[in-house]
Write a protein that binds this ligand. Structure first.
Ligand SMILES: Cc1ncc(COP(=O)(O)O)c(C=O)c1O
Length: 427
């Protein structure tokens, strides 16, 4: 079936909001996407019909237990996890990572090594730096090539040693857009005897994510980046989750996954997360039939979600191509990421750029005045911005289209950039 952008956009009430008769162009998606009606309705249903704490005898509590169980099944489908018991919910990716890093630390001892990447968001860097400080662990850095914006996996082989116990790496960069070869990284880490902790926050909104195929040990993502509410999700391999000692209060369950979910959770967030998965499955079922064969071995919703992600990625690659071509036509613009037309399958459509002598903030501010929403700065990608030597100059401007954006919106952005760039404030 043809890509039915109108049908997709009709699912997102926020896309038709006007500000003084002016429509909004949402290119701030890598920092948070809009939500579909599926999500709004399910969260509202949770708050109106199932608003209680868990494990009670009464109706609302039974309903909320059911809803949480369903949210785990939905996320297991989204990530092709072997079991919903391996899905842990938490406030967001950063909080989950800081939390579980303490438990992972109990498996490590002084002198052990952790590999961190220079391409990662700080949420997959600082928690491990802090752990290393507490336990006297050694950090070894995996650099990326600042010309190609990709890792050289031969360098990973040099960084891995017989002391490496953990490799932490992102599946897709929130600044560069690069999609990393996580499967190859996990294979090499496993051969070296190390566990892997994958930050998939920027991959899950764009590509089919399969923890079994990747062969990772932990994978984290955030529903608010994939058209759901503010909710973090951590998948962990069962054998490891069962080995870890959770940091928990005594009355809380000792069973996985609940033992890692401290305090009362956002039940409405879990409900909305399940609905975000159902929205993607709706696309898979209704528009992505020609991709079903790729996931024949998956049961219904799982197949629909993964087929949808492949279908949407193809559309998004068209957006990325149009955006990159447009940016490259503007004078003084440097795209900080993969641009070659034959390499776009190795990037998500998140495109960052810098302009000689101009401040990213001034460009984002000027676009905001036109109701075009983009981010500027280092976007918490501290290591990548430093590696590219743009950290001190204010980072970059980040344009992040997703599947509900259109070519027409990118054209509108280009018209405005054409006007703005010559007049932007000098940094
Ligand atoms: C790649 C990446 N990792 C981690 C995070 C942090 O996610 P959260 O806000 O859920 O903590 C972000 C947020 O932008 C991100 O882009």
């Amino acid at each position: 079936m043809q890509y039915d952008l109108n049908a997709i956009r009709a699912q997102f009430p926020a896309l038709s909001v006007l500000d003084d008769d002016k429509s909004r162009i949402y290119f701030d998606n890598p920092a948070g996407t809009q939500v579909s009606r599926f999500v709004v309705d399910r969260m509202s249903h949770c708050l109106l019909q199932a608003n209680a704490n868990i494990h009670g005898y009464f109706r609302t509590s039974v309903l909320v237990d059911d809803l949480i169980a369903e949210a785990r099944v939905a996320m297991a489908d989204m990530l092709n996890a072997p079991s919903p018991d391996e899905i842990i919910f938490g406030q967001n990716m950063t909080t989950l990572t800081l939390h579980i890093s303490r438990s992972i630390g109990r498996l490590l001892k002084e002198g052990d090594e952790i590999v961190l990447s220079r391409m990662d968001h700080d949420a997959n860097v600082s928690p491990w730096l802090l752990l290393a400080e507490d336990l006297n662990l050694k950090i070894r850095w995996l650099p990326f090539n600042v010309e190609t914006f990709e890792f050289d996996l031969d360098v990973l082989d040099e960084v891995l040693t017989d002391k490496t116990r953990l490799v932490c790496v992102g599946a897709a960069s929130n600044l560069l857009g690069t999609i990393n070869d996580v499967k190859a990284i996990c294979t090499r880490a496993r051969e070296a005897g190390a566990m892997t902790y994958i930050d998939a926050v920027q991959a899950v909104p764009h590509i089919s994510t399969d923890v079994q195929d990747l062969g990772c040990d932990f994978l984290v993502c955030s529903a608010y980046k994939f058209f759901g509410p503010h909710q973090g999700i951590l998948w962990g391999r069962r054998e490891l989750l069962e080995q870890l000692e959770p940091y928990k209060v005594r009355p809380a369950t000792d069973e996985i996954p609940g033992c890692f979910e401290t305090g009362t959770q956002s039940h409405e967030g879990m409900a909305g997360t399940a609905a975000a998965v159902d929205y993607l499955a709706w696309i898979g079922e209704n528009m992505a039939q020609s991709y079903h064969w790729r996931y024949e071995s998956f049961a219904a919703r799982r197949m629909h979600v993964h087929a949808a992600m492949d279908f949407l990625f193809e559309y998004e690659t068209g957006l990325a191509s149009h955006l990159i071509e447009g940016l490259q036509r503007l004078p003084g613009v440097r795209v900080q990421g993969i641009t070659a037309a034959d390499s776009l399958a190795r990037r998500v459509p998140t495109v960052s750029f810098t302009v000689d002598g101009r401040s990213p903030d001034s460009i984002a501010e000027a676009l905001a005045a036109k109701n075009i929403f983009v981010w500027s700065g280092h976007v918490y990608a501290v290591e990548p911005a430093k590696a590219l030597d743009i950290y001190d100059a204010g980072g970059a401007v980040r344009i992040g289209p997703v599947h509900y954006n259109s070519i027409a919106e990118i054209d509108q952005l280009m018209v405005e950039l054409d006007q703005i760039l010559p007049r932007a404030n000098v940094a």
